[in-house]
Ligand binder design. Structure first.
Ligand code: ADP
Ligand code: MG
Length: 296
């Protein structure tokens, strides 16, 4: 059941204690990261300010980070700094480390799933999913076999759908293709920017269940941006709540990961209470001044 863990004696919604294990490697680390566009000009604009957090590389588990905050607070900026994607990358000040090393640009260790699918319109479903393997110089036969297998993993019917083109698919099917196209490459870090934002509620819940199943198999670290508080509480085992622009992390909190399907979870009173509590924190974050943010 998803519920907020509040360690005895601590303020509500503080992050639950991380096990004292000094040997865990940090898979992603932000240290006082800010992004300022056109610095020193009249158009100078700070999009994120002093973002500090780290995620540990827990063996055989991976962590699912949900990111919530008002539009324009810098959630996409944080994802794109991890991915090494311009113009958000590079940061203006501070340090962004992935696997202990400074990010120098995009890499196969990080996969990105966008809201608008970004499938190649002129490639079939199977070719779309196999595409990245060609760049990785996997032989053609193996590429197509692995892509076929991934169609099944994301709930598509390979026999029916492999030869279709993106324009012949629904939004949910297109997003399944995009997810397969990214995950087939085995990224250690999966960056998802409002991936289900364009889907109808039923399809969205099915996609959430799919993601939980895939994530358990992949054991990767996921950063997942959403505006849907219920979705974040359902999926995440840790939440970062951002304050408005220039964004910084207002609160971090631990959440119990899902143990049943999304549609069933919505009916559980403790889950609904968690959602209310997170909404309240988001309201607080929205009214906060820059000095209110807790150190991450
Ligand atoms: P979010 O994903 O939380 O909605 P973004 O990370 O996309 O926010 O953007 C954070 C802020 O940075 C926004 O105010 C946005 O307008 C601004 N921004 C993003 N890209 C640029 C850019 N290339 N130049 C100037 N401002 C930008
Ligand atoms: Mg965004």
């Amino acid at each position: 059941m998803a519920r907020i863990e509040i360690p005895a004696g601590s303020a509500p919604c503080e992050i639950a204690a991380v096990p004292a294990n000094g040997t865990l490697r940090r898979i992603v680390e932000f240290d006082r990261v800010s992004k300022i566009y056109l610095p020193g000009t009249r158009k100078e604009f700070t999009s994120i300010r002093n973002v500090t957090f780290h995620v540990e590389d827990k063996p055989d588990v991976g962590e699912f980070i949900g990111m919530l905050g008002p539009s324009g607070c810098g959630k996409s900026t944080v994802l794109r700094l991890i991915a090494g994607l311009a113009p958000h990358f590079p940061a203006t000040t501070g340090t962004v480390l992935v696997g202990g090393l400074p990010v120098e640009g995009p890499g196969p260790d990080r996969g990105f799933v966008f809201q608008d699918y970004a499938n190649f319109p002129n490639l079939s479903v199977l070719e779309n999913v196999a595409f990245g393997l060609e760049c990785a110089q996997v032989p053609e036969k193996e590429r197509l076999e692995r892509a076929w297998e991934w169609l099944g993993k994301v709930g598509l019917d390979a026999k029916n759908d492999a030869d279709k083109f993106p324009y012949q698919l629904s939004g949910g099917m297109n997003q399944r293709v995009a997810i397969a196209r990214t995950l087939i490459l085995g990224p250690r870090i999966i960056l998802m920017d409002e991936p289900f934002g364009a889907l109808d509620p039923g399809t969205r819940q099915n996609m959430q269940d799919l993601l939980v199943a895939l994530w358990k198999e992949l054991e990767a670290t996921v950063f997942f941006v959403t505006h849907d508080v219920g979705e974040a509480v359902f999926l995440a085992d840790r939440l970062y709540i951002f304050s408005p622009s220039p964004g910084t992390i207002f609160k971090q909190m631990a959440i119990t990961p899902p143990d049943r399907k999304s549609v069933e979870m919505q009916a559980v009173p403790a889950f609904q209470e968690s959602v209310r509590e997170v909404r309240h924190l988001l309201d607080q974050a929205g009214r906060s001044s820059p000095t209110d943010s807790s150190p991450a």
